[in-house]
Structures are given as C-alpha cells and as structure tokens.
Ligand binder design. Structure first.
Ligand SMILES: [Zn+2]
Length: 496
C-alpha cells in the first residue's frame, strides 16, 4: 500500500472519500456542490443526510478518475478524537475492499487539521494506524479463492496542507507501530501446531538480525541447571521443550532499563484441570503477551528508540500426558520459593514467576512491565475492550494508562489491596498458585502471586486476557488476534 500526501484532493483514485462535519453543513454542501455539481447532491439524497459521527453515505456517483464517492459523517468538531480518526480510516479501507477497488483518496485529515485540536504528528500517527491495522488479514491457509476476490489496496492519497514534515514523521511512526502490531497478530493467529516454543525461537532469531538487538536463549538444559522449576513444571506434559527467550534492545546504554515480560503459553489445554469445550478453542492466543513483547522489541528498533529494553518471553505448552504436572505438585521457582499447584490451568503466573525473578536478578531493571492473557476474571470484570493493570507504582500505572488512552490500547487499574496480600499463601509450601475457591478478585490475586517474584518497586502487571483475541471484529480490529499491548507499549516508550 503506497500512501502519498497532496495539497488538493486527488480525483484520480477509484474511491473518493469525503468528510463532512456537523457544524459545517452549509459550507460542506457548498464544497461538494462546487466540486461535483448537483448530481452528487441528488445522489446523496440530501435531506436524509444526518451527519452524526459514523454515518456512511455510499454513492454511485462517478466522475473525473473516480468510480464512486463515499461521504463519511465526522460528527461534531469538539467530539473528534484520534480514535475516531483511526476508525474513519478503517471505514475508507473497508469500503474500498467492499467495492473491490485498488485505491482511494480522502480529504478528511485536512478538515480535522483545520479544527486545530491535534498536532500534525498525532494525526499522522493515528491515520497510519487506522490504515495499516485495518488493511490486515490472515488468509494464508485458505485454498479456495472466491470468484470475485477483494483486491489489495495499492495506493492511497491523503490531503494534508500545513506542516507536512511533522505529519509524515508521525505517519511513519504510526506505520511502524501498526505493522509491528500486525506482526504480533500473525504470531497469535498461526495454529499452535506451528507456533511452538522452537518456532518462537526462530521468530526471535529473525528479530535479532537488527544490529541493536541481541538474542539470548535459555533452553531446557539451561533452565534445569539454573533452577527454573516453575517453567519446567508447566511444560512437563508437552513434547515441545520450554525456552526462555530474551531479546535485549540496546538503543542506548544510558538511562533507565525497562524489562518487558510476556506470557508465552503456545497452547493452553488447562492441563489436568482441563478446559471444557467452549473455553479451549481460542487458547492458541495464550502466547499473546510474548508476541506483544517480541513485536515491541521489533518496533523499538524500527522507531530508533534511545532506550535499553529487555524483552523476555518464557515459552512453553501446557499439555496433558502421563508426565504432565498435577494438582498437588510442588514446584520450586527460580527465586527458590516453593509453590503448590492447586490448579494446573493457572500456569501463566507460574512461568511468569520464574521469568520475573530471573530478569530482575540478571538485569536489575528500573521498571518491569509484564503482559499476559492471564485470567478469565479480567474478562468478566472489564470485557474485551480494555486490559486490566495492577501496579506497585502509581506513577508507572498513570503513565501506562495515559499511553493506553492515547493509543486506544487501553488499560484500567485494579487495586493491589493490602487485604488480599495473604490470599496466595500456601499451607505446606510458601505459595499456592490459586486463591481459595470463591475468594474472588482473580485478577488481583494473580498479581498478588506475581508480586512474590518482583522486589522491584516500579512494576506493572497488565492482564490482556480480554482484548488479545476477539470473537467478533470491529473497525480496525479483526476477528482473532489484535496484537494487544504493542500500541500501548509503543506509546509508553515514545512518551516516557
Ligand atoms: Zn491456563
């Protein structure tokens, strides 16, 4: 998809996408009128044109080089937001595909620019994200090509007038962020028979081809020697050996070190606490945290971030066999704490426990952020539109929440209450891996458990179980993997 920016609207593209603000009714009618004369007004059926944000008015009007005109209602200027920009871009992309066209041009960004409410960089980023995220599809396994297939979008022209350089700077950043998010979607959408720990190592090797990225891999033998009892316990039932993948990004050797740790269960059957039908089908997404971490390291290099970021992904499969770990087993984690397994389906926190304790000891990071599709409780609490965040540091939590609001890869805080601190204490071991049945607060008690493996003050745990994988697509998010966490972290690192 080639995108170019011009001062005036390019009428040579297949689809011409025009915007209209609620406040600009007359002006826009006049504008449309001068541009297309009264046939368009007739085609639009003026009078039924409501101009509420999100309304789409497809027309059959053709002219100069364009084959159709699509009018998008922008709503009021005060309510315009960067998220609306992303969604408007996704409307243009989806209609171009519906019509099986190969190109479109739009005047909407220059109208939004005129409101003076957003910087050129912000609008550049949001529009690139909307474009590239919505242009994603995962169809590589489909052998049957429909008779009249959708075409790939070849060219897009956006009108933009002032401060083009900064708009393009933002646009380039947004494109990188979206492409890395799409990269994470690919990893999650692949079937679990392919996306094994060994395959994830191959992906990490490719990422580490960048000169600023170094890959370290701890394989099963290393994990045994160093005492990663929790990861080894979880992976016992699988024929795919576990790995700890570490992607060090050296964008700068000065300043704070941030570790990002992502849960990488390449498939989660639940183990002997097996998941029922209806809960297991989407469990290839249980490595969504690891995918986000790997994609973020790729993004950091592409964005040229002047930071040191350590990306850590414990990867293994939670399967069943005669050798699988069982409820009642006691695992000794990397920091020597003993954990009684009270539920084999609470495996994510186990592999994170080892990874967190290791990264803290080895790298002494100033900030640790972990991402995991961790608890069904988080989906109950917050649904699939927002992730949960539990943090020991208010400043870090606020920074992540702000990054989430701007990127719209959002997080909502849950409290790490003093009252819950004993919920994960064991009776014959230091800890158990689930709280008592009926205790509730499943997302928080999981964080309470993880807190035993970070002594670090600046730590945030992000539960992406809801937004990581969708059963229904919406706007620029497709059904299936969403790459949750990549935009959140990218905006966090760009701003902090
Ligand atoms: Zn599980």
């Amino acid at each position: 998809m080639k995108v170019s920016v011009t001062d005036i609207i390019d009428t040579s593209k297949d689809l011409l996408v025009l915007g209209i603000f609620q406040e600009d009714e007359d002006m826009s009618y006049e504008f449309l009128n001068t541009l297309f004369a009264k046939e368009l007004q007739e085609a639009l059926g003026l009078g039924v044109f409501k101009k509420t944000y999100g309304e789409v008015y497809p027309t059959k009007f053709a002219g100069l080089g364009y084959r159709r005109v699509l009018v998008l209602a922008l709503g009021s200027k005060d309510e315009m937001s960067l998220e609306r920009v992303r969604r408007l871009m996704s409307k243009a992309v989806s209609y171009t595909k519906i019509y099986k066209f190969e190109s479109f041009s739009m005047n909407i960004l220059s109208l939004i620019e005129n409101t003076g409410r957003f910087s050129p960089e912000e609008l550049g980023r949001a529009s690139a994200e909307g474009l590239y995220l919505s242009n994603y599809s995962f169809k590589k396994y489909m052998s049957i090509v429909p008779e009249n297939p959708e075409k790939d979008i070849q060219t897009v022209t956006l009108t933009w007038i002032k401060d083009k350089d900064n708009f393009l700077k933002g646009f380039e950043e947004g494109k990188i962020i979206a492409e890395c998010t799409n990269f994470a979607k690919d990893l999650v959408n692949e079937p679990p028979m392919l996306m094994t720990p060994a395959y994830m190592e191959k992906v990490a090797e490719e990422i580490a081809e960048n000169k600023n990225i170094k890959l370290r891999v701890l394989d099963k033998k290393d994990l045994e020697e160093k005492g990663f009892g929790a990861i080894l316990g979880v992976s016992k039932g699988s024929e795919h050996p576990p790995k700890l993948l570490i992607l060090e990004y050296h964008g700068s050797e000065e300043g704070p070190v941030t570790a990002i740790v992502g849960k990488g269960i390449t498939f989660d059957t639940g183990g002997y606490n097996i998941k029922p039908t209806g809960s297991m089908e989407t469990m290839k997404c249980d490595m969504g945290g690891a995918a986000a971490v790997m994609a973020m390291i790729k993004a950091a290099a592409a964005l040229g971030l002047k930071k040191k970021i350590i990306g850590v992904a414990p990867v293994c499969e939670n399967a069943i066999s005669g050798s699988a770990y069982k409820p009642g087993d006691i695992l000794i984690a990397y920091n020597k704490k003993s954990i009684e397994v009270t539920n084999t389906d609470a495996e994510g926190r186990l592999i994170l426990a080892d990874a967190l304790a290791y990264v803290e000891e080895k790298y002494k990071p100033d900030v640790i952020i972990d991402l995991a599709t961790l608890t069904g409780a988080c989906v109950v609490a917050l649904g699939s539109s927002i992730s949960g965040i539990v943090s020991t540091n208010k400043e870090l939590q606020d920074a992540l929440q702000k990054a989430g609001d701007v990127s719209y890869d959002r997080v909502w805080p849950l409290p790490l209450l003093e009252e819950y601190k004993d919920s994960m204490k064991g009776t014959i071991s230091d800890l158990k891996n689930t709280a008592a049945t009926g205790y509730g607060a499943g997302t928080i008690t999981a964080a309470v458990f993880l807190q035993n493996f970070v002594t670090q003050q600046k730590w945030a745990h992000i539960d992406i179980a809801g937004p990581a994988f969708l059963l229904e697509g919406k706007d620029y998010l497709q059904k299936g993997a969403t790459g949750a966490g990549v935009r959140l972290l990218s905006y966090y690192f760009l701003r902090n």
